[in-house]
Design a protein around this ligand. Structure first.
Ligand code: ZN
Length: 135
């Protein structure tokens, strides 16, 4: 199955899914997945909030949402990215900083929610690319 790519329009900032390339749904700018690096994100299935999307933030910028048991791939330039996940009132997250470098250009992550007594917390962990389910 095809990978689902999540890109942010460099012109208007609209966040959307594309297959490989295509026009921005908002401003028509040509978008492509041609970036040297990539972050893959898989949301592990859970009962809590299964029907709602988890909001994704990269370096404090909203990057759309991810559904239950969904895999997304974000083509990105080399650099450091702090990832933060939110869902409704749940805003606690381990906030990992992901470094995309020429030596380590493809970083796969899995996110799950740790259900806590007072507050739930999102935990984002690095995963082997071969364990990433396709959706
Ligand atoms: Zn645009």
């Amino acid at each position: 199955m095809a990978k689902k790519y999540r890109v942010k329009c460099p012109k208007c900032g609209n966040v959307q899914n594309i297959l490989e390339s295509g026009p921005c749904a908002k401003c028509g700018e040509t978008l492509s997945i041609n970036q040297p690096g990539m972050i893959g994100l898989y949301r592990m299935g859970n009962m809590m909030g299964a029907a709602t999307g988890f909001g994704i933030y990269l370096n404090e910028q909203p990057y759309g949402a991810i559904g239950n048991r969904e895999s997304l791939y974000m083509p990105l330039p080399y650099g450091e990215y702090k990832m933060h996940i939110v869902c409704g009132m749940n805003r606690k997250c381990n906030d990992p900083v992901i470094k995309i470098t020429p030596d380590d250009p493809f970083v796969c992550l899995k996110v799950h929610m740790n259900v806590g007594f007072i507050q739930n917390k999102f935990v984002i962990e690095r995963a082997d690319p071969s364990t990433m389910p396709e959706t």
